[in-house]
Design a binder for this molecule. Structure first.
Ligand code: C2E
Ligand code: MG
Ligand code: MG
Ligand code: MG
Length: 281
């Protein structure tokens, strides 16, 4: 009896595996066509200056408007894009689209606005990455300082020397750089000092549900560390007034999170900028 059960189990796993492989291949094929089919869209989550309360920029977050699955978040296709190498054309599209949006906002009279995009390791390691990025900036006539690139701390630590070299070239181009999800990637502090970055983003896990449960201590320490290295510190995933007040009291520079706004469409972002919405605490 046990034997036949075992056999059924094997069959179950192999059917399940087949199904997963099949779905994976289907998704991979449709991902390859997604850009050409104009299925990718960027959402823009506003970033706010904690002292003035003004919107100073936005983070571009990619979404896939899949013909069958509907709107998909990045966590459900970025890993696949990274495995297959499709992250390279996708990442180029994201940067070019962000530059186009920046130009469009400028035409509407928006000034000194920064859009940040997220990068994957595979993009950073692409030989033509820096040149292509420069092409996008020129094509849309966007000042390089209006574009910011976010790389996660864990990505930097995977290849610190390679990352440093590419980041130096990006800095020379004039774009801004930030370390994303800071505090989760085990960077040594000596390494941190060697990266030519402008911002660090405190990972939202440190904000916790409540700020007085020990998480606050780490947030405060990251803010102090960032400031001692002359970096601006931004908190992500801010959802409550309590978190906001904590960040203000502890001299954090910028915030983004549902408390102020989720990611918006380009039109939604333009409307908000036009209305001059500020952060109210
Ligand atoms: P991330 O760069 O750390 O982006 C922040 C994520 O937190 C976003 O999720 C955002 O929607 C979400 N978020 C913002 N405010 C709040 C809040 O108040 N509470 C909570 N619970 N969540 C909040 P999203 O859009 O699902 O993106 C997930 C990750 O996917 C991003 O994390 C980023 O690492 C990656 N990603 C997004 N777009 C791209 C892209 O164009 N290229 C690459 N390589 N990765 C991307
Ligand atoms: Mg990010
Ligand atoms: Mg993050
Ligand atoms: Mg993240």
């Amino acid at each position: 009896h046990a034997k036949s059960l075992g056999k059924n189990n094997c069959q179950f796993y192999s059917n399940e595996l087949n199904r997963m492989v099949h779905e994976h291949l289907l998704l991979e094929a449709s991902l390859g066509r997604a850009i050409g089919n104009r299925e990718m869209v960027l959402g823009y989550q506003p970033k706010v200056d904690l002292r003035s309360g003004r919107m100073i920029g936005a983070e571009a977050l990619v979404r896939w408007n899949h013909p069958e699955h509907g709107l998909m978040g990045p966590d459900s296709f970025i890993p696949l894009a990274e495995q297959t190498g499709l992250i390279v054309p996708l990442g180029e599209w994201v940067i070019d689209e962000a530059c186009r949006a920046l130009k469009a906002l400028t035409m509407l009279g928006v000034e000194d606005f920064v859009i940040s995009v997220n990068l994957s390791l595979r993009q950073l390691r692409q030989r033509q990455f820096v040149d292509r990025l420069g092409d996008s900036l020129r094509r849309h006539a966007v000042p390089p300082s209006c574009l910011e690139l976010e790389v996660t701390e864990s990505l930097l630590m995977e290849r610190p020397d390679e990352a440093k070299a590419v980041m130096a070239r990006l800095k020379a181009l004039g774009v801004q750089l930030s370390i994303d999800d800071f505090g989760t990637g085990y960077s040594s502090l000596s390494q941190l000092q060697a990266f030519p970055v402008d911002h660090i983003k405190i990972d939202r896990s440190f904000l916790g549900g409540k700020v007085d449960n020990g998480h606050g201590v780490i947030t405060r320490a990251i803010i102090a560390l960032g400031h001692s290295l002359q970096l601006k510190v931004i908190a992500e995933g801010v959802e409550t007034r309590e978190q906001l007040l904590f960040l203000r009291n502890n001299d954090c520079d910028q915030m983004q999170g549902y408390y102020f706004s989720p990611a918006l469409s380009e039109q939604g972002l333009a409307d908000m900028l036009h209305r001059g919405v500020t952060l109210q605490a």
